[in-house]
Write a protein that binds this ligand. Sequence first.
Ligand SMILES: Nc1nc2c(ncn2[C@@H]2O[C@H](COP(=O)(O)OP(=O)(O)O)[C@@H](O)[C@H]2O)c(=O)[nH]1
Ligand SMILES: [Mg+2]
Length: 307
Amino acid sequence: MSDGEMEDRDIGDDDMGHGDMGDGVTFRSGFVSVLGRPNVGKSTLVNRMLGTKVSITSPSPNTTRTRVRGILEGDDYQLVLVDTPGIHKPRSALGERLNKTATSALDDVDVCLLVVDANAPIGPGDRFVAAQLPSRSIVVVNKVDRTSKSRLLGQLAQAAEQLGLEEAEYFPISARTGDGVTELVDHIVARLPSGPRYYPEGTVRDVPEAFFLGELVREQLLRVAREELPHSIACRVVEWELPYVRCEILVERESQKAIVVGRGGSVLKAVGTVARQSLPPGTYLDLIVKVERDWQRRPDMIERLGY
Ligand SMILES: Nc1nc2c(ncn2[C@@H]2O[C@H](COP(=O)(O)OP(=O)(O)O)[C@@H](O)[C@H]2O)c(=O)[nH]1
Ligand SMILES: [Mg+2]
């Protein structure tokens, strides 16, 4: 989804009045983890709820590699949204690491969102994730823009029957169009306990700036990547001395390097143009492609990349 498609959420003027809901609570806050199998739209939902991009998205699974925190606030609440890597059957050291990162987001969480795809049958992947969640989770049935009313009803029934979450609540939404998202946010806020402001007012994301730039570079590269390449790309900013920024792009094989560079450097150039838009004007962004053989299988490299 492009930034342009997203409207800014005007959180300041929310006249719903989430504050004192008759229980004497005047400020609510808490951590809300977003979990699910890969590709169901977790990151798209997090971005949509925040009205800005904090987490990169792509059509290929396992795009999200770290826990990404975005902060949504109103006059009387602050909600820390934790996006996670999709939980899946791991095939590499990286995959194992991603699962660990995701399940660790279950510790000390106030509300759990389990995202499922409205257009795919509830399967073992969904049940596997659900089994690790508290029974009182919120099941978000995403991508309703692609389904029909009757199919959606079937999907809700299946979710209720198969996920084993006795006390779950169900929200059909479209992270892409925003359909149902306001209702979901209102509901989550109402469920938050009374608590402090965890982040200074106005904070949007808890991701180091340099790391986020590396993510934006990777997101652009994922647009040209096919087959196994998405998993093989890693980006890390190795120098951040404004106006000079240097970002390394790692791939696993020489053949992949050619794709990432593009004919006459065309891909790199296009990627750089988009990534620079999030940097101060006049920033010089140096993109360097390196082959780091089989980094996905090497725990030391995964660690060094911050995954
Ligand atoms: N049609 C449709 N596609 C969506 C929706 N939400 C996400 N997607 C697409 O699903 C793919 C995976 O999304 P992403 O947020 O990266 O999934 P994640 O792996 O769960 O974080 C991307 O191509 C998204 O554009 C939705 O509500 N409707
Ligand atoms: Mg994601």
